[in-house]
Ligand binder design. Structure first.
Ligand SMILES: Cc1cc2nc3c(=O)[nH]c(=O)nc-3n(C[C@H](O)[C@H](O)[C@H](O)COP(=O)(O)OP(=O)(O)OC[C@H]3O[C@@H](n4cnc5c(N)ncnc54)[C@H](O)[C@@H]3O)c2cc1C
Length: 397
């Protein structure tokens, strides 16, 4: 397998760098201070087509595929922690769930608006008492003559406080465990009984727009149901497999940013009359970071290429997610060491990198969960790709 980027992919990378230089980098400090989600930047990204890689032109996408999307995600994560965190909901999880399970009407209504960022999407699976064990959720959807009534709460829902469309998972048959969950497309405009509140401080930065959501007797229409009733876990698990190709691409971007900053800082900082880069111990940190980032990148590219070729990619994605999550944690720790005491100063981004590296380890499947999946696959007990079906998400160039 050769991972040679095409001229078009190199051009996309250049466009991302130019966009980040103009729209993101100059405002990082101000936005970090304010801690407010900048919708206007997302809308500009949407206009540029950055969110549309996985969807065909009939739904407003570019069809350029997972490998191109992984390049875009890496570049934006490299540019800022803030943009790194919000990608999956807009470009993968929410539109992908609709693309895989939606009616033609739902696809035409929502996918173009999500990938142009006209609508902000949110994926609400995790609950205060149900994370890895998400089938243990308590949120209920009870059917009535007007559709369904939602009651319950969700936790850590990225962009949940600003979202226009929330993909909510709720129990429609509580006695049936995982087989009693359904998925709903919930529009937040004028939704009575709904509240999305930003979770105050996430470690190291207040820029991560995580929210807790409360649904109190929220009436939603019958056509909000996505897929079949009681097939919500299928919607969640199949969709998250696509997300798992993309989470580690963002970890690669953060790892690369740690490396970029450490290279620069180690050549500026003097100790005992020399640049610290001249000490072999610091050089070894740089080498270690470089190898871990490159190995993660190759694993992401393998998973993305398999997905683009419509081959089973779930195992490669779980491996990439696991490895890149561990690697970026190690890389950010090595960067902390290069920076010494200044790693803790907010004028440098290093402590934010350390914090977000932990998010990429945990979000969309904690390391133990990935290890469980990979081990069960290797032992021949449960193949990760057992439900793989052909999915025509990309347009052949
Ligand atoms: C910044 C951020 C953004 C997020 N965004 C979203 C979002 O947009 N939408 C959403 O739905 N969720 C989101 N999440 C939630 C995330 O997916 C969960 O945090 C994650 O799935 C883990 O769940 P938990 O936090 O409840 O941990 P738990 O499930 O309680 O796990 C705690 C520890 O126990 C371990 N563990 C659990 N079960 C097992 C087992 N069977 N074997 C071995 N070890 C086990 C885990 O590996 C972990 O180390 C986000 C989280 C964060 C921090």
């Amino acid at each position: 397998m050769v991972f040679e980027l095409t001229d078009e992919q190199k051009e996309v990378r250049r466009l991302c760098r130019d966009f980040a230089k103009k729209e993101i980098t100059p405002f990082i400090e101000e936005r970090e201070r304010e801690g407010v989600f900048r919708r206007d930047v997302f809308e500009k990204m949407g206009k540029e087509g950055f969110f549309g890689c996985l969807f065909p032109p009939e739904y407003g996408g570019t069809g350029s595929g997972f490998l191109t999307l992984s390049i875009i995600m890496e570049e934006f994560s490299r540019a800022s922690v803030e943009t790194a965190i919000c990608w999956n909901n807009q470009a993968v999880n929410v539109p992908m769930a609709i693309y895989l399970f939606g009616t033609e009407e739902q696809k035409r209504k929502y996918i173009p608006k999500l990938i142009s960022a006209e609508m902000i999407g949110c994926f609400a699976l995790t609950e205060p008492d149900a994370g890895s064990d998400n089938a243990g959720m308590q949120t209920r959807a009870t059917s009535n003559k007007d559709g369904y009534v939602l009651n319950g709460s969700k936790m850590w829902a990225t962009l949940g406080n600003v979202a226009d469309l929330i993909l909510v998972f709720a129990k429609t048959d509580p006695s049936a465990g995982a087989k009693g969950v359904s998925a709903f497309l919930v529009e937040t405009k004028d939704l009575k009984g709904f509240e999305g509140r930003k979770i105050p401080s996430s470690i190291g930065t207040n820029i991560i727009p995580s929210a807790d959501l409360v649904f109190d007797e929220c009436q939603i229409p019958a056509d909000a149901l996505l897929g079949e009733e009681n097939e919500g876990m299928k919607v969640a698990l199949q969709t998250l497999q696509y997300g798992r190709v993309c989470v580690p691409a963002r970890a690669v971007g953060i790892g690369q940013a740690c490396l970029d900053h450490s290279i620069r800082y180690s050549q500026e900082r003097l100790a005992f009359g020399k640049q610290i880069a001249e000490y072999q111990a610091i050089q070894h940190n740089i080498a270690e970071m470089s190898v871990l980032v490159e190995a993660s990148r190759l694993m992401v590219q393998k998973a993305a290429s398999l997905a683009d070729q419509e081959e089973p990619f779930g195992k490669a994605a779980s491996m990439a997610k696991y490895f890149a999550g561990e690697a970026v944690t190690e890389v950010s720790d090595l960067a902390m060491e290069v920076y010494g005491g200044y790693a803790f100063a907010n004028e440098y981004p290093i402590n934010r990198f350390l914090m977000i590296s932990r998010v990429f380890r945990t979000g969309e499947g904690a390391p133990n969960i990935q290890r469980n999946l990979i081990a069960q696959d290797e032992l021949g007990w449960k193949k990760i790709d057992r439900y793989f079906g052909k999915l025509n998400t990309t347009v052949k160039q």
